[in-house]
Every structure is written in C-alpha cells, then in structure tokens.
Design a protein around this ligand. Sequence first.
Ligand code: NAG
Ligand code: NAG
Ligand code: NAG
Ligand code: NAG
Ligand code: NAG
Ligand code: NAG
Ligand code: NAG
Ligand code: NAG
Length: 479
Amino acid sequence: MSLHADYSPMMETDSKPQVFVTSESKRFSPGSVRCRFLVIFVAALGIIALTLIILQFVVHKNTNTKTTKLPDVACTGDCTITLVESIPENVAFPKGSIHNPSIYSGWKNLLKMATKEIDIASFYWTLRGDDTNTSDPSTKQGEDVFQSLEAAAERGVKIRIVQSPPSKTFPSLDTIELQKKKLAEVRLLDMTRLVGSGIIHTKMWLVDGQHFYVGSANQDWRALTQVQELGLMTYNCSCLAEDMSKIFEVYWDLALPKSKIPDPWPDKYKTSINADSPAQIKINGSNAAGIYLASAPKQLCPPDRADDLSTILRIIDSAKQFVYVSVMDYFPTTLYTENRTYWPVIDDALRRAAFDRKVKVRLLASLWNHTRPDMKYYLQSLAALNGANDASVQVKFYKVPPFSKEIPYTRVNHNKFMVTDSVAYVGTSNWSADYFTGTAGIGYVINETETGNTVRAQLQAVFERNWDSNFTISVNCNQ
Ligand SMILES: *[C@@H]1O[C@H](CO)[C@@H](O)[C@H](O)[C@H]1NC(C)=O
Ligand SMILES: *[C@@H]1O[C@H](CO)[C@@H](O)[C@H](O)[C@H]1NC(C)=O
Ligand SMILES: *[C@@H]1O[C@H](CO)[C@@H](O)[C@H](O)[C@H]1NC(C)=O
Ligand SMILES: *[C@@H]1O[C@H](CO)[C@@H](O)[C@H](O)[C@H]1NC(C)=O
Ligand SMILES: *[C@@H]1O[C@H](CO)[C@@H](O)[C@H](O)[C@H]1NC(C)=O
Ligand SMILES: *[C@@H]1O[C@H](CO)[C@@H](O)[C@H](O)[C@H]1NC(C)=O
Ligand SMILES: *[C@@H]1O[C@H](CO)[C@@H](O)[C@H](O)[C@H]1NC(C)=O
Ligand SMILES: *[C@@H]1O[C@H](CO)[C@@H](O)[C@H](O)[C@H]1NC(C)=O
C-alpha cells in the first residue's frame, strides 16, 4: 500500500462550508399580565446590565486606550533564539567572520528535546543518499536526521508531516517509508486544488508546543552539507510556538483530500499576533523584541494573520537607513503562469526606499547552473537606479565556489532573508509573484528595540560576510 494510494487530486469536495445558523428570534406576543411583568423585569435587568457595561467601558478606557480586540492572553515570555546556517562543504570564510551553529545541530537539538510531538511542514524529502543515488560521506548528516526521527517515533513521539504531493522529480521516498512503518502520519497539501496553483514550499519544524525551526533548508541531505542555507531556531517559546501551530494546523487540515479554505475561519486558526500587536519576547533573557509570524499565500491567512508579501513590503517601507536582501531568486514577474506577467510589487518598494528616502539598498541573488538567464535583466534594471537622485542601489550575484564532487542540484546559496536597520526577517520564499500568490511559505519577523548582540545584528553580519566574500559577482547595468 503506498502512501498516496488513497489520494486523488481530482477528488471533488462534497464537504459543506461552515454556516453559522442563527435561530430565528421568536416573536413575543403579550398574552398575559404575568408576561407583561416579565417584560418589565427583563427590561429593568437590561438597563442595569447596560449601565454596568458602559461604566466598565468608561473605566477601562481611562486606564487603557486599547479597548478593542485585546488578545485573550498576551504573548510574552523569554525565548532562546539562535541563527543557524548550513555552509557548503569546502566553503571557508575569513577568520573572524561570524560563525553560526549548523542547521544540522539545530535539528538534532529538536530531535533530542522532543518528548511528545514533532510537526514538520515541508516541500519534499530526500534526507538519505539513496534517495538521490549518492554515495558520499556528506550524506551522513541527513541520514542521521532521518534515523533520529525514526528513533523519536519509536520512543513514542507523535510525528506529523505535511508536504507537497510527490512527483517524478520529488518522489519523497523518506516519508513514504515513515508512513509505511507507521512512524509518522503524512498528509499532502495540494495547493493547486485549493488556490489554483503552487506548492507548499515551507520549511518548518515544531516540537512539543515549545520549540521551532523556520528557514531555507529543505528536508534534504544536501541542505545540510552542500547548499548554503539560513534559518532560525527558537527554543522554550510556548507562546510563539502556539502561534506557529496555528499555521501548521491550517496546512494539516487543508491537506485532507476534501478540504476547503474555510469562510469564515474558525477561531482555532486565528491569531492576534501581527505587525500591529507583535508578541513581546525577551530573547535570551535580555533583548526585548516584537516578534510575529507571517504566512503565504494570503488565501491561507485567517483574519489578523500577517501575510508574507505585506510583511516584506512593510519592512522595506519602514527602513530608514538600509535594506539588505539575500534571496536565491529575484523576479519582478510571475514565473509559473501560462503567460508571464510583470509584477513589480517588491521591486517598486525597493526603488522607493532608495530613490525617495535614500535608504541604502543591497540585493544579493544566487547564481548557479540552473539560474534562469533572464534574472540578470531584472537585477541590472534595479542596479541601474544607483546614483539617480542620490539613490544607493547595489546588486550582486553570489556563487558558491565549485567543488570536485559532482552532486546535482548543489553548490548554491539558498538563503531567503532580509535585514534592515530595525528588523530581521527570515523567510522560505523566493521573491517572485508566484511565491506570494499561490505558494505556501512562512516569514519570521524579529523587531528588537535594543542594540548590541541582537539577532538583527547577527543577520546583518551574515549578509555582510557573504556580500564581502570572494564569492560574489557585481551586477552592472551594462554587462
Ligand atoms: C536511482 O537509481 C535507480 C536505479 O538505477 C533509478 O531507478 C532511480 O530513478 C534513480 N533515482 C534518482 C533520484 O536518480
Ligand atoms: C529550555 O528550558 C529548559 C528548562 O528550563 C532548560 O533546561 C534548557 O536549557 C532550555 N533550552 C534552551 C535552548 O534554552
Ligand atoms: C518595529 O517596532 C517599532 C516599535 O518598537 C515600530 O515602530 C516599527 O514599526 C516596527 N517595525 C516593523 C517593520 O514592524
Ligand atoms: C497566453 O497568451 C496567448 C498568446 O498571446 C493567448 O492566446 C492566451 O490566451 C494567453 N493565456 C492566458 C491564460 O492568458
Ligand atoms: C555547472 O556547470 C559547469 C559548466 O557546465 C560544470 O563544470 C559544473 O560541474 C556544473 N556544476 C554542477 C554542480 O552541476
Ligand atoms: C526558488 O527556491 C527553490 C528552493 O527553495 C528552488 O529550488 C527554486 O528553483 C527557486 N527558483 C525558482 C525560480 O523557483
Ligand atoms: C542566544 O543564546 C543561544 C544559546 O546560547 C545562542 O546560540 C544565540 O546566538 C543567542 N542569541 C543571540 C541573539 O545572542
Ligand atoms: C579573497 O581571495 C584572496 C586571494 O585568494 C584572499 O587573499 C582574500 O583574503 C580573500 N578575501 C576574502 C574576503 O575571503
């Protein structure tokens, strides 16, 4: 029995949309004196109640200007947040450069800590060398993660995985095996059925309602040793983890074959944590930060959930000194529509920042054997603004140096992050229209009020290390 036997993307939905039925209000006919007394009594009660409510409102207003939509329980607390990276084998940065713990070590920490449950939202799975017919020592870390997942399941940890439906290119043999061995429950999120196109491109782990990972690394052994990746580990953070679980539950429930995007959204998916009311977190017991999680595409966002695109725009629009962007692919267009269309939504925001507000813009895109040849034109076009009206716009390619091993689909900078003078943003999406209109992804925003050794400062150091490295090629408009 294969994991996907019972799955048909063509399956028609027959589940009824949720409807709130309000019972028709009963007409009141004043038939008796008893009844009239009752009316007066109820009316009096009503007036008293109303007075109390108004009084409370007035008192409340005096002490707190925010009277509407207070979160049920404020999201506050101490959390440990660690920037993690995969640096490809045989890539070295100069001594003294920032060096972060590996994504592998972060995942291993999660696997060690898990006692109850592990939820993973993923695109595809190739954690083992066999999955790609690779025999090389650098597959070891991925294989170790796979075995540790099995071991966790065997000691009773409940594992749930949501991923894109497998394809020829991405058969995801790992999760088929986990499912067969009854070590994980696996669901397939069919974005095409739900929103008309796209995939789930999220890379997220959530453990015991306490700890989570978000970043660029796929469930792929190559993402640990042969591809440059960046993510954030968040430990001991139940309140943000609960918010992350709401994003996971959206995927999980929508991955049922007959699911529909709810309208209206039931409360269990809703959040009150967003740009306007971020979680108030103390990072590592010292850095006060406003934090929130964004989700893409917008169709998967219940009310008040920040959507990833608006979040990116808001961060660019609020930058005062600089915006540094590191994304694998940058296209102010659609890529996967039948006819490509121009989509300068993010591009315009970057140009506005540079041109209108003199914010220093730097964009680092990735160059590898599979880079679409037309990306260069959009990068050149952006770079062409440099100097106009005193705008500062610099654009570079980052090319992971080659290595003697010939491993397909490796040696690339897969990072997707942005850092400004006030905010650190780590995402899972390339910057093209498709990633925001139909593809599932997550953005993680950290807005620290302090300076010093912040996550933001560390992310800036990563950007500058890559930018100043020997692995970049400047993009000029006359190349
Ligand atoms: C690995 O090799 C087997 C047998 O030659 C082949 O069937 C399979 O398609 C290969 N898988 C990949 C990912 O190349
Ligand atoms: C999480 O909290 C536990 C219990 O307080 C502590 O032992 C552990 O070191 C913490 N882990 C991290 C990564 O902060
Ligand atoms: C960061 O927080 C400050 C207030 O602490 C706020 O003014 C600013 O808009 C926030 N930035 C973003 C991008 O959310
Ligand atoms: C794509 O472009 C072709 C040629 O211009 C046109 O015939 C077709 O209808 C377009 N398709 C869509 C979906 O717009
Ligand atoms: C990329 O292409 C070059 C030139 O065709 C080739 O030498 C190199 O092996 C390729 N690298 C990878 C990782 O496929
Ligand atoms: C975007 O990112 C993914 C990996 O996260 C990569 O495999 C894909 O080819 C990228 N580019 C485009 C143009 O979609
Ligand atoms: C927080 O503490 C962890 C564990 O000691 C460390 O790895 C991480 O870099 C710290 N984060 C910041 C922002 O300093
Ligand atoms: C770049 O390469 C040159 C020559 O190999 C070396 O001297 C220099 O230190 C390198 N710079 C960085 C930032 O790695």
